[in-house]
Design a protein around this ligand. Structure first.
Ligand code: FAD
Length: 279
């Protein structure tokens, strides 16, 4: 069972719990991106099992009528076995979403997998332009070129700062440089696209920039934030009419995800300690 302390960041262990969470978020005007926790499977059977779980989840989401979509991790559906297996599963999941009028995001993991992930996205988006979106990371030096390549590809693009430690030869490692790259990438997307832009950030500065760029260029966009992080801001933005999606992980592999969230910010450590101490 997930302890109360972790429930801030994880929607539950089961699909019904995740759907209940999505229902509550929808009542606040916030849509949900459901992510089954799991990554780095080197056994094809594990990758197949999670691909199947996503196929079932898409059916459940469609039956529920909730405002929810899903997000998969490449290494969860086969990338660590082979890029071909990943692409086969990714395509199958998006094809099912397309039949159901649903939507699939693909997260971006470490830089060794960027090429294979983008190749798969480009090919799948050509066949299912309304049903798929891909995450890209502004901390990678290559991302400006990748956006140039992706800007006319159908499907959505989620821009994030990047969560993986990469060497300075391929990534900006200074926060100010990452922020500058994010501003540049966001500006490029709004200059060149009129839809399909997702701002995957909690940073108030980047969210204001997106609002300004959207007005300037008349483009549609959405804001995506994590469950448990700035949820007041999520509700406020939704009340102002912004399309807000909350990324909500669920499943029994919640422990390492929870530790990552707690480690990344001082105030989350304080929150965790308070919960443990009962204050
Ligand atoms: P930061 O510069 O880290 O923070 C800016 C401000 O946001 C802070 O000052 C604070 O006010 C607030 N804030 C940020 N984080 C927290 C927190 N944990 N608790 C409380 N306040 C906080 N990364 C990947 O590499 N691949 C992915 O596929 C991916 N998918 C993502 C999907 C979504 C929907 C989101 C929101 C993030 C995703 N990320 C992904 C993570 C991302 O790369 C960043 O590591 C993470 O979002 C922190 O960067 P930030 O833009 O929020 O801003």
């Amino acid at each position: 069972m997930i302890p109360p302390i972790a429930r801030r960041f994880v929607a539950g262990e089961s699909v019904p719990a995740a759907l209940d969470h999505a229902r509550a978020a929808n009542e606040d005007g916030v849509a949900v991106i459901l992510n089954l926790l799991g990554e780095h499977y080197d056994d094809p059977a594990d990758a197949r099992a999670d691909a199947d779980a996503y196929l079932d989840l898409l059916d459940d989401v469609a039956d529920s009528g909730l405002d929810a979509c899903v997000s998969v991790k490449p290494s969860q559906i086969g990338m660590d076995v082979s890029p071909d297996l990943f692409e086969e599963h990714y395509r199958e999941i998006v094809a099912r979403a397309d039949e159901l009028d649903a939507f699939v995001w693909c997260d971006m993991e470490d830089a060794d997998t960027t090429d294979a992930t983008l190749d798969a996205f480009e090919s799948i988006a050509a066949d299912y332009p309304w049903s798929v979106g891909q995450c890209v990371q502004s901390n990678l030096r290559r991302t400006a070129d990748d956006l140039d390549r992706l800007v006319d590809v159908p499907g959505k693009i989620r821009l994030v700062k990047g969560a993986y430690d990469e060497p300075s030869s391929i990534a900006y490692t200074d926060k100010a440089d990452v922020d500058e790259a994010y501003r540049d990438d966001l500006t490029f997307l709004f200059e060149r696209r009129d839809r399909g832009i997702a701002v995957g950030s909690h940073d108030p500065e980047m969210i204001s920039l997106a609002d300004r760029l959207a007005r300037e260029h008349g483009a549609d966009y959405e804001v995506q934030m994590l469950m448990g992080v700035r949820e007041d801001a999520q509700r406020d933005l939704a009340a102002q009419g912004v399309d807000v999606y909350q990324y909500a992980p669920y499943g029994d592999k919640w422990l390492s995800y929870f530790y990552r969230r707690v480690r990344e910010r001082k105030e989350n450590v304080t929150f965790a300690l308070r919960a443990v101490l009962g204050r």
